[in-house]
Design a protein around this ligand. Structure first.
Ligand SMILES: [Zn+2]
Length: 220
């Protein structure tokens, strides 16, 4: 049996086009809905929340939300490999841990689309070549600006660095607060979730993991 067409759904629901659009997203050239469709979807969510999208204060909200989404989820259009590059600075002599700690990030959980606010600590053991330090923060940002679980994001950052730089090991720790836990459900405010991923030497040698942890905790 064919799925309902746009027209049929409109007739059945008698509520404009939104019910139909949600069931049957037409797609643009890059496979995405149009700006207009995104704005219509926001109007539906405003109604779902119990408000009136046509009241003055909300008139421009759908356009603002659509624009904000472009920024908040810009990580989908960015490839970490492009940021990390394929050429690296060669270093002679330095082969110890390179750690960038306390990289702040904002993400959104893929379960509720509610913010995850946290910090990432990213380290690697060079294998003769090093990354620009700002690139490590950029990789965190790219994966943060997607819908995420903290576990996935931690592993993605480690994998991206591991596969491009080919260091002796990568260590990533993320500490984050999940607004979906603080604002809804069990409402546990102030609880922090910790996740770690270790590769290479960081994985095989507990002493290297311990050093990474000590360096993160050594504040000030
Ligand atoms: Zn959530």
């Amino acid at each position: 049996m064919a799925s309902p067409t746009l027209t049929e759904v409109n007739v059945q629901k008698g509520r404009g086009t939104m019910d139909a659009i949600i069931k049957n997203f037409p797609v643009g050239d890059d496979g995405r809905p149009t700006q207009k469709e995104a704005e219509d979807a926001v109007r539906v969510l405003l109604r779902w929340a119990g408000d009136d999208p046509s009241r003055e204060g909300l008139i421009d909200t759908p356009a603002r939300v659509a624009k904000a989404y472009k920024e908040l989820f810009s990580g989908y259009t960015q490839d970490p490999e492009d940021v990390l590059g394929r050429t690296f600075e060669e270093v002679a002599g330095y082969d110890d841990i390179v750690l960038v700690k306390d990289i702040p990030f904002y993400s959104h959980c893929e379960h509720h689309m509610v913010p995850i606010i946290g910090r990432a600590h990213v380290a690697y053991l060079p294998n003769g070549r090093v990354l620009g330090l700002s690139k490590m923060a950029r990789v965190v940002e790219i994966f943060g600006r997607r819908l995420q679980t903290q576990e996935t994001m931690t592993a993605q950052i480690a994998t991206a660095i591991d596969e491009t730089l080919r260091p002796r090991g990568v260590a990533v720790m993320i500490e984050a607060e999940h607004m979906c836990m603080a604002m809804r459900g069990i409402q546990k405010q102030g609880s922090t979730t910790l996740t770690t991923t270790f590769t290479g030497t960081f994985k095989s040698e507990p002493a290297e993991q311990a050093r990474f942890m000590t360096m993160i905790r050594g504040r000030g």
